[in-house]
Design a protein around this ligand. Structure first.
Ligand SMILES: Nc1nc2c(c(=O)[nH]1)N[C@H]1C(S)=C(S)[C@@H](COP(=O)(O)O)O[C@H]1N2
Ligand SMILES: [Mo]
Length: 405
């Protein structure tokens, strides 16, 4: 069986300096016989192989958002130092000794919890994605037939971590939240003082007051020492550097849920509190800037996820949506979590259009661009889960395809 090779032109597209080889130590370039010289001993904190250089890219010098290099990753866990970031007021330096969380409002016992007190409650770990609801806007609005955009550039505002913390439901019981409570406010201690209203059902379901990420303390960029983690919900509501929760019987109508994070519709009305992330999928390999070389077999790989539960099916098309085949889903397939899919494909050297379509356990099927555009209109700012397409040229070059679906 002849195998197709995918050449990696990724370092160039990611905008990193120079050619990958030039950054390697001289010893590596000379390819020494590693069995003849003993290598260095173990280190207190490890680092990536100098041959591997994945980076978070940003679109603006202010780096208020950085994107996960989805095309460089395998499996479903995002390495913590590559988890996407979105900051409205920078990354505050919070001393864990000084940290506290106030829970008040419609509660019997308003309480201030220190970090140590939060950690004394029975804990829970869960592997869940976060996605910024602004993710994918560039692919949705693409007007040209193709574009030289990577998965990272179009959809890198989603990542998956194992989050550890105390269920918010436990804390609400502890403070004696009123049975009349319907909403709560989550407030951050960054310069943006991010505030969002959260429905009480979500708070009592699987919401986590998280202090752990992938086996260690949260990264500063992810909200150290404590963030709210709302599985399946638009990233904005997972308030980082969480300092206050206020329990109430109505939403607080903050700036972030009135002026921002609402979806104007073609009929002149707007969706509000469109919190749940709909099912979505994305082929990460092959993708721009790959170039297929030699005909034969390769594996089409990608990620699928849904804010409503588990992914039950991912179909892949290699002919622009005319026919579809079921991809294999890697275990574990977890609710509200990135799910890895794979499909072997024989490239015959001709033009092809690769697409993926996710279905979740509620039966929801990822829409085409045209279908989504019809219900949301061209000016919507959030929730871009339309089907992505990659055009493979006869020369093997892979580019993002616009409007194909
Ligand atoms: N306090 C605070 N929380 C915040 C933000 C912020 O700017 N400040 N950004 C929000 C947005 S818009 C998103 S998408 C997620 C991103 O989480 P991450 O940076 O850990 O990936 O955090 C949310 N929580
Ligand atoms: Mo976001």
């Amino acid at each position: 069986m002849k195998s197709s090779r995918i050449s990696r032109r990724r370092a160039l597209a990611a905008g990193t300096a120079g050619i990958v080889g030039a950054a390697l130590p001289a010893s590596a370039r000379q390819n020494p016989d590693t069995t003849k010289v003993q290598g260095p001993p173990g280190r207190e904190v490890g680092a990536r192989s100098p041959f591997e250089k994945p980076v978070r890219t940003a679109f603006s010098p202010a780096r208020t958002a950085t994107f996960t290099p989805l095309q460089d990753l395998d499996g479903i866990i995002t390495p913590s130092d590559l988890h996407f970031e979105r900051h409205h007021g920078g990354v505050p330096a919070v001393d864990p000794q000084q940290y506290s969380l106030l829970i008040h409002g419609m509660v019997e016992r308003p309480t201030i919890f220190t970090l140590a007190e939060l950690k004394r409650f029975p804990g829970r770990s869960m592997i869940r994605f976060i996605e910024c609801s602004g993710n994918g806007g560039r692919a949705y609005r693409l007007t040209t037939p193709t574009a030289e955009l990577t998965p990272q550039q179009t959809d890198g505002l989603t990542s998956t971590s194992e989050w550890t913390g105390v269920p918010l439901a436990t804390l609400l019981r502890e403070v004696g939240a009123s049975p009349k409570a319907r909403w709560l406010l989550a407030e951050g201690m960054d310069a943006a003082v991010m505030t969002r209203s959260v429905p009480i059902e979500m708070a009592n379901d699987d919401a986590l007051i998280a202090y752990g990420q992938n086996g260690e303390a949260l990264r500063p960029e992810q909200g150290y020492p404590v963030r709210l983690m709302l599985p399946g919900v638009e990233g904005n509501a997972s308030v980082k550097w969480l300092r206050r929760i206020e329990v109430a019987d109505q939403p607080f109508m903050t700036r972030e849920e009135t002026s921002k994070y609402t979806d104007p519709l073609p009929d002149g009305t707007a969706r509000m509190f469109s919190l749940v992330m709909d099912a979505k999928s994305l082929i990460t390999e092959p993708s721009y800037p790959d170039k297929l070389e030699g005909h034969g077999w390769l594996e089409v790989r990608g990620l699928a996820w849904s804010g409503r539960g588990r992914i039950t099916r991912v179909e892949v098309s290699t002919d622009g949506g005319k026919s579809w085949q079921n991809a294999t889903l890697d275990e574990p397939v977890l609710p509200k979590c990135h799910t890895r899919f794979r499909l072997p494909w024989q490239w015959n050297g001709g033009e092809a259009v690769l697409m993926s379509r996710a279905t979740d356990e509620t039966g929801y099927v990822q829409p085409t661009t045209a279908e989504l555009m019809k219900v949301r209109g061209p000016n919507t700012q959030y929730h871009f889960n339309n089907i992505r397409a990659w055009q493979v040229g006869a020369d093997g070059v892979v580019r993002l395809a616009g409007g194909a679906a």
